[in-house]
Ligand binder design. Sequence first.
Ligand SMILES: [Zn+2]
Length: 257
Amino acid sequence: MKPKKRRKRKIKRIRLLILVIFMVIFALVMGKMKAKKKKDFAPEEQDFAQNYQEDISTENLVIEEEEKPEIHDWRLTLVNHENVLPDDFEISLTSIDKIRKFDSRAIGELKQMMNQMKKDGITNVWVQSAYRSVEKQEDVFERRIKDYMAQGKTHEEAEMLVLQTINKPGTSEHNLGLAVDFNYVDYDFDKTAGFKWLKENAGNYGFVLRYAKEKEKITKVDYEPWHWRYVGTEHAKQMNELGMCLEEYVEYLKKQS
Ligand SMILES: [Zn+2]
């Protein structure tokens, strides 16, 4: 090989080497810059990640809420201003006496409770009102509205007035066949020995005071010392221990499951 050609080749190699070195330096600088950039934005990215995570968890919560299982226990059927008795609700009734009827599955415990009360010397407590059909309640409701309208009220005014004293048909626990009113609708019932006995013992037979004074804001029903609801012994005992009304207890059970 001629010396001139060899020199040319050497120069070519040096040029190539310089190019490679330059490219390596360029790659390193770029890499560093990229790393710096990443660091600069890291907190924001973190925020975004956190928000995103929060979004996901909120979404999950909503899904959980939707998928929350319903309580499938006939004894805990909630009937109130928000929960109308389902149209397909099937009921099997057994007579308490000539007039009054109660749910066939729970009447045994009602009778046991009444018998025990008598044995304990309380003989002045009776079931005044138990099951009421929705149809019958509708009749009463409409009749009362007509009465008010005859006095010059509009239909709307009349309905408002009627609702102050009786439930809209299908929203009364008496439609369920699982509630009883003892004696007369009288606030002084809570001063009687019978009421005291019920407070102490009704839970053993699956009954709870449904509309307690301290729960008025939740039940949306004024205190009713005479109205007792069957929920079954284990639920009654738990409700009493937890100090919960039925609305609270059903929510509590949903969260547990
Ligand atoms: Zn009642």
